[in-house]
Design a protein around this ligand. Structure first.
Ligand code: GLU
Length: 422
């Protein structure tokens, strides 16, 4: 042992994304030119947005749109409104969108957008003006056949409606397919609301078979209670009869070993702004929730929450990454060594963008599917993707994340070769 203090692991999401790609490049012996191109975004836009606030003042917001790679089709990815947004977070999320669309084999590339702001401290009309300003800033570079935004952390269908409307005002007509995750009455798709969690549960159903885990009464902990976390809880209980024992949000967590009622917890959160103090539950921290003795753990909030420090304490048999980038590379190794089956982020949470793709298709056709059709098509995509990743992990004897990278990067690389880019 050297006396030197061990260098702390990086929590920079883009450095993590690049490292994950580097490992994959080595496994598949990727051509250096393709590797170099895939390490960085093809295009990125940095915006300065002036927005009129309710008190009459103007405030300047920083915004980003990163179009990572469009070899397989128009770029696709959500827009995040977050006070801690950084360009490197957006770059990482855009890279992961590229792998996500490829792993579920939908004909899209990857992108991501973000604005540094705190929507929790803004009025609805301020959020509307910011949303419109953001679209004004990128209107030339998005479009149904160029780049298609969608919701992400702290953005929602109403914001997508304003954004689509702003784009329509600029280009004319009703170009619904420019944005997905829209409200149902405005060209949204049935089944888009719970698609991220539902897709994750379809992969979980397959993973449970591999791990000989019976889902009925299996215990579940969920970190995060936004769109992904809430629906992960609700669908875990209603579709598979799991017991949701603990959930959390930014303000803290709650636990009830006999099981929580996900819908009642959601209503409590709507009323009070948080899951904490839900009746019949005890408090628990956001850290503790990751190390509970449960069968299934869903990190469903932000990046880099499972690190080399807490990974040894993770006791779940299966970790389903509904969040993007919740596990650091160091933590990945620890989980793998400890026999934890990880359903990696861009596979586990690909249900959202898959139904977004269905939404684009329906917008183009001007014909809308019913919810059963969406669920059936989503199940097909998620199940096929899970098994191609599982097979790849067995073939190369690598962990599920590395296998997901191998499947996705090979597809993107093939498109780049065929287009003659490299
Ligand atoms: N923001 C979601 C994600 O990270 C959805 C993206 C989309 O629907 O385009 O996958």
């Amino acid at each position: 042992m050297t006396k030197e203090k061990k260098k702390k692991e990086t929590l920079n999401p883009f450095e993590i994304a690049q490292r994950q790609l580097d490992v994959c490049a080595e496994i598949i012996d990727l051509e250096p030119n393709i590797h170099a191109m895939l390490r960085v975004p093809m295009r990125e836009f940095h915006l300065s947005l002036s927005v009129r606030m309710d008190d009459g003042s103007a405030k300047i917001f920083r915004g980003f749109r990163v179009q990572y790679n469009d070899a397989r089709g128009p770029t696709k990815g959500g827009i995040r409104f977050h006070p801690e947004e950084t360009i490197d977070t957006v770059r990482a999320l855009a890279a992961w969108m590229t792998w996500k669309c490829a792993v579920v084999d939908i004909p899209l590339g990857g992108a991501k957008g973000g604005v540094i702001c705190n929507p929790k401290k803004m009025s609805q009309s301020e959020i509307e003006r910011l949303s419109r300003a953001y679209i004004g800033g990128i209107s030339q570079v998005i479009g149904p056949d160029k780049d298609i935004p969608a919701p992400d952390v702290y953005t929602n269908p109403q914001i997508m409606a304003w954004m689509m409307d702003e784009y329509a005002k600029i280009v004319g007509g009703n170009p619904f397919g420019v944005i997905t995750g829209k409200p149902l009455s405005l060209g949204g798709s049935a089944g888009r609301g719970d698609a991220t969690a539902r897709g994750g549960w379809y992969t979980m159903r397959e993973a449970a078979k591999q791990c000989n885990l019976k889902l009925e009464n299996a215990t579940v902990a969920i970190q995060g209670y936004g769109n992904a976390g809430y629906y992960a809880a609700l669908l875990g209980k209603t579709l598979f009869g799991c017991k949701i024992v603990a959930v959390s949000d930014t303000k803290g967590g709650i636990i009830n070993k006999t099981g929580l009622d996900p819908q009642a917890v959601y209503e409590h959160k709507v009323q009070t702004g948080s899951v904490v103090n839900f009746s019949g539950s005890e408090s628990i921290s956001n850290q503790e929730i990751l190390e509970l003795p449960v069968d299934i753990l869903w990190p469903a909030a932000l990046e880099s929450v499972i690190t080399e420090e807490n990974a040894p304490g993770v006791k779940a048999k299966i970790v389903a990454e509904a969040a993007n980038g919740p596990t650091t590379p160091e933590a990945d190794e620890i989980l793998y060594k400890n026999g934890v089956h990880v359903i990696p982020d861009f596979l586990c949470n690909a249900g959202g963008v898959t139904v977004s793709y269905f939404e684009m298709v329906q917008n183009m056709y001007m014909y809308y599917w019913d919810e059963d059709d969406v669920h059936r098509q989503l199940d097909k995509k998620m199940t096929a993707a899970y098994h191609s990743v599982l097979n790849c992990s067995r073939k190369y004897e690598i962990n599920m994340r590395q296998a997901a990278y191998v499947v996705a990067v090979q597809r993107v690389a093939e498109a780049m070769r065929l287009r003659g880019w490299v």
